[in-house]
Design a protein around this ligand. Structure first.
Ligand SMILES: CC(C)(COP(=O)(O)OP(=O)(O)OC[C@H]1O[C@@H](n2cnc3c(N)ncnc32)[C@H](O)[C@@H]1OP(=O)(O)O)[C@@H](O)C(=O)NCCC(=O)NCCS
Length: 149
């Protein structure tokens, strides 16, 4: 674990680094840059970054769903910083946040590729359980496992 690691709300000034992280892992299939600016404005408490001396090592983006559900829309850690507990820290931070406002959100949900074993293991470790596997959830040929906390 990195000693001087900080989890905080993302700022507009972080967006170039968020965009670089996104492109590194997802090439052209990542979220568009404008979404990060929008998320920071619209859901500031659910757009968090893990930083070390101003370097963004990862981020988590969540957004309200229907009723009392909050959806994790993205969790991404810099390839060089994986395996050090940072993804777990970002998810823990979000869980703690919703536990502090239990009347607002009762469940966390997310969709994850059924082949993404690292992410599935992380979410299971954090207390999520598998809910369903939905064909074409993110478009033709893009099944996703729905998990819930
Ligand atoms: C999935 C991802 C977010 C994990 O982040 P991370 O910071 O490397 O994960 P952590 O170090 O916090 O690991 C926490 C737990 O997750 C599981 N885990 C993480 N990486 C794993 C791997 N490569 N294989 C198996 N389990 C893994 C383990 O249970 C681990 O606990 P342990 O270290 O006690 O064994 C990261 O690999 C990533 O950014 N991947 C690309 C984007 C992605 O797939 N995001 C999820 C989309 S839903």
């Amino acid at each position: 674990m990195q000693t001087d690691l900080t989890i905080r709300q993302a700022r507009a000034a972080d967006v170039p680094q968020l965009e670089a992280l996104e492109r590194e892992t997802y090439a052209l299939e990542g979220y568009p840059t404008a979404l990060f600016y929008q998320a920071i404005a619209q859901w500031p408490e659910f757009t968090t970054v893990a930083t070390q001396t101003n370097r963004v090592l990862g981020y988590l983006l969540a957004a309200p769903g229907t009723n009392d559900e909050l959806w994790i829309m993205s969790l991404l850690i810099d390839t060089r910083a994986r395996g050090q507990g940072i993804g777990a820290l970002l998810v823990r931070h979000l869980i703690d946040h919703i536990n502090q406002s239990p009347n607002q959100f009762k469940h966390l949900k997310l969709s994850v590729s059924p082949t993404n074993l690292a992410a599935i293991a992380l979410y299971k470790k954090m207390g999520f359980s598998k809910q369903s596997l939905i064909d074409d959830f993110l478009g033709p040929g893009e099944p996703r496992l729905i998990m819930r906390y």
